[in-house]
Design a protein around this ligand. Structure first.
Ligand code: BGC
Length: 365
C-alpha cells in the first residue's frame, strides 16, 4: 500500500516535471536547434565530423542545422549569424579563421547561446564555453616521431638508434589562421630541434620559420607549389629524405609534386612523408608505400565529446573536461576535453582503421 502511494506520488511528480519541461520546450521550441558550423568539405575528416555530430545530436532528438563554409570566412560568419537568428539553443563551431568570429560570437552570447569550439580553438573572445579537440601538441610530436622512425633515427619502440644522417628534410605547416597549425608545428619542432641542432637532420632549403612554411587555408596545392621550385633547385642533384607534412590534405598533393620530380622510383625512393587525419586518399597512399604515416583522430569520438558538452549545456549542467590549462585563447583559458591521436602506418592501418570500423577494407580499395 505504502509502496503504491509512494509510486503514485512519484508518478504525479514526474507528470508535473514533464508538464514543466513541456511548457519550457513549448515556450522555446527553437532551443532544440543546434547549429553546427564546419569549415570545409575538401577533406574527408570534416565531412565525417559534420556527419557524426549531426547524427549523434539527431539521435538525442535535437534538430540540427549543419553548414559548411568551404574555407570562406564571411560565409562562415553569415552561417553562424543565421543560426543565431533562427534561435539555435547551442552552437558547435569548427572555425576557419580562429580570430575572425569574435563579433558574431558576441551576438551569440547576447542571445545566451553557448558555443563549443570544435577541434580548432576560437581565439580572442570570451564567448566560447568549452573546447573539444585532440591533444594537438601530441599530434605534432607523433608526426615528428614517425618521421624519425621512418628515417631509422628512432626504432619501432621510439628509442634513438644513433644513426647520424645527415638526412635532408623539408618542413610544411598548416594555415596560420588556425591555432592548431601553430600547436602542431611547435609540437613537432620540440622533437625535431635536437636532431637539427646535432646535424642529424638538415632542412635543405633552410626554410624553417613558421611564416615561410605555413600553408594558408591548408591548401595542398599552395604547399606543393612552394615545394616544386625547392625540388628543382636545392634538390637538383640530391634527394630529399623526408617531408614533414602537417595533414593529409597537404601530403597528397605533395606526393604528386614528388612523383612529378621522379620520386617513387628505384633511383629516387619516396621520402618519408607524414600526414594527419587518415583521409582515404592518404590511407591509400600508405598502402601503396608512398606516404609513411598519418595521424588518426577518431572523429566519432570527437563528435561524442562535443555532443555531450552541448547536451550538458542545454540542461544547465557542467560538461566534463580533462584539461583546464593548455588552451588560452588570448582572453581566457578555455576548459577543454582532449582526445588522444594515434600514429597510423602501413603496418597498423588494418587493425586501427578497419578493425575499429572507421573504414571498411573496401573503402580503402
Ligand atoms: C585539424 C586537422 C586538419 C586540418 C586541415 C586542423 O585544424 O585539426 O585535423 O588536418 O585542420 O583541415
Amino acid at each position: 500500500m505504502r509502496r503504491a502511494r509512494i509510486g503514485a506520488a512519484a508518478a504525479a511528480l514526474l507528470v508535473a516535471a514533464a508538464a514543466l519541461a513541456g511548457c519550457a520546450s513549448g515556450a522555446t521550441a527553437t532551443k532544440q536547434i543546434v547549429g553546427v558550423a564546419m569549415p570545409t568539405t575538401t577533406s574527408d575528416r570534416w565531412v565525417n565530423d559534420g556527419k557524426n555530430v549531426a547524427a549523434q545530436l539527431r539521435a538525442l532528438g535535437r534538430t540540427v542545422d549543419l553548414k559548411y563554409a568551404e574555407d570562406d570566412v564571411p560565409t562562415q560568419v553569415a552561417q553562424i549569424q543565421a543560426m543565431i537568428d533562427e534561435g539555435a539553443g547551442a552552437l558547435v563551431v569548427g572555425a576557419i579563421d580562429g580570430t575572425a568570429l569574435k563579433d558574431v560570437l558576441a551576438k551569440a552570447a547576447a542571445a545566451n547561446i553557448p558555443v563549443v569550439s570544435y577541434d580548432r580553438l576560437i581565439r580572442d573572445t570570451p564567448d566560447i564555453a568549452y573546447y573539444a579537440t585532440f591533444d594537438n601538441a601530441l599530434v605534432g610530436a607523433q608526426q615528428a616521431d614517425s618521421l624519425l622512425e621512418g628515417l631509422g633515427v628512432l626504432d619501432a619502440k621510439g628509442a634513438d638508434t644513433h644513426v647520424t644522417g645527415p638526412f635532408l628534410i623539408e618542413l610544411i605547416a598548416g594555415s596560420p589562421d588556425d591555432n592548431n597549425a601553430t600547436v602542431f608545428f611547435q609540437g613537432a619542432m620540440k622533437v625535431l630541434q635536437p636532431y637539427l641542432d646535432a646535424g642529424v637532420l638538415v632542412v635543405g632549403s633552410g626554410q624553417t620559420d613558421f611564416a615561410t612554411i605555413a600553408t594558408p587555408k591548408w591548401n595542398g596545392d599552395t604547399a606543393a607549389q612552394r615545394l616544386g621550385p625547392i625540388l628543382d633547385t636545392v634538390y637538383a642533384n640530391k634527394r630529399v629524405d623526408a617531408v614533414l607534412a602537417p595533414a593529409d590534405i597537404i601530403s597528397v598533393p605533395v606526393l604528386e609534386v614528388l612523383r612529378s620530380h621522379g620520386y617513387g622510383t628505384a633511383d629516387k625512393p619516396w621520402p618519408v612523408v607524414t600526414g594527419q587525419d587518415a583521409d582515404i586518399p592518404a590511407v591509400k597512399a600508405l598502402i601503396a608505400g608512398e606516404q609513411h604515416s598519418t595521424i588518426y583522430k577518431d572523429t566519432r569520438q570527437l563528435a561524442e565529446v562535443a555532443v555531450s558538452m552541448v547536451e550538458s549545456l542545454l540542461k544547465g549542467e557542467e560538461p566534463e573536461t580533462n584539461d583546464n590549462a593548455s588552451y588560452d585563447n588570448g582572453v581566457k583559458v578555455v576548459p577543454s576535453y582532449l582526445l588522444k591521436p594515434q600514429v597510423v602506418t602501413k603496418a597498423n592501418y588494418a587493425d586501427v582503421l578497419v578493425g575499429s570500423g572507421y573504414y571498411t577494407q573496401q573503402e580503402l580499395g
